[in-house]
Design a protein around this ligand. Structure first.
Ligand code: NAD
Length: 260
């Protein structure tokens, strides 16, 4: 599945899963916009790709900021010529039991995951519809798009919500050749997860090793973490699949943690 001639915007691509997706897209011929709230890190990632011969740019984008998203997407189209693929990936995690969750933290998490997905989708759909050449929109869901875990109320709510958004985009986008799908990874050792291990150990009063064994990987078929490569392979598949046969779907990539 090559992406030659395509332009991809990957949000949150300065780190972790998004960064690996950007690298794999670039390796497969796409021009890539590394859109991140952390512009220095986005530029550094773009430079790594350019040094390897790819076409890539860093773009400052807080996905919760309507004006920044609209101008960031415009900027990508000006610099790279179009937008064919959006990976709405930027995300954070905040863990707390619901009775201790601050409203501010709830709103912060929902804004990045849900408002960010809406704003980036809207800006990219406008470009894709105007150009008339279709496109692929990929949401970074989670096993938590399908299952719940304690301490993760807004995250589970937001990730379930992305499945609904993808289905609406699939229905509205079909006439324009725009497909929308969700990737649902299990635990991947990125900075987002590294931060949760000590937090959960404290909350549950167990060791960090036990957080990994008895919580994070307990229900996998083999006790293994999912990797950024696994998720990037799924993202390449969704980006490269050219017809509406594959739209409105979610693909769980979790070492069998969740099977449905
Ligand atoms: P990460 O912390 O390594 O990377 C997240 C990136 O998002 C960072 O570069 C950060 O600067 C950026 N970001 C944060 N807020 C932003 C904002 N407002 N606007 C733009 N960029 C912003 O995390 P990751 O583990 O790579 O997570 C990426 C996505 O994958 C998230 O949506 C996360 O929920 C999802 N996910 C992660 C895992 C996992 O186990 N790591 C599992 C399932 C789903």
């Amino acid at each position: 599945m090559r992406l030659d001639g395509k332009v991809a915007i990957v949000t949150g691509a300065a780190s972790g899963i998004g960064k690996r997706i950007a690298e794999v897209y670039a390796e497969n011929g796409a021009a890539v916009a590394i859109a991140d709230i952390n512009l220095d890190a986005a530029n550094a990632t773009a430079k790594e790709l350019v040094d390897k011969g790819a076409k890539a740019i860093g773009v400052a984008m807080d996905v919760t900021d309507e004006a920044a998203v609209d101008s960031g997407v415009d900027d990508v189209v000006k610099q790279l010529g179009s937008v064919d693929i959006l990976v709405s990936n930027a995300g954070i995690q905040i863990v707390n039991p619901i009775d201790k969750f601050s409203y501010a933290d709830w709103k912060k998490l929902m804004a990045i995951h849900v408002d960010g997905a809406f704003l980036t989708t809207r800006a990219c759909l406008r470009q894709m519809y105007a150009r008339g050449k279709g496109g692929a929109i990929i949401y970074m869901g989670s096993v938590h798009s399908k299952l719940a875990s304690p301490l993760k109320a807004p995250y589970v709510t937001a990730k379930h919500g992305l499945v609904g958004l993808a289905r609406v985009v699939a229905k509205e986008g079909a006439a324009h050749g725009v497909r929308a799908n969700v990737i649902c990874p299990g635990f991947v050792r990125t900075p987002l997860v590294e931060k949760q291990i000590p937090e959960q150990a404290k909350e549950f009063g167990i060791s960090e090793e036990d957080v990994v064994k008895t919580i994070m990987l307990k229900d996998t078929v083999d006790g293994e973490f999912t990797t950024v490569d696994d998720v990037a392979a799924a993202a390449l598949f969704f980006a490269g699949f050219e017809t509406n046969a594959l739209t409105g779907q979610s693909l769980i990539v979790s070492h069998g943690w969740c099977m449905e």
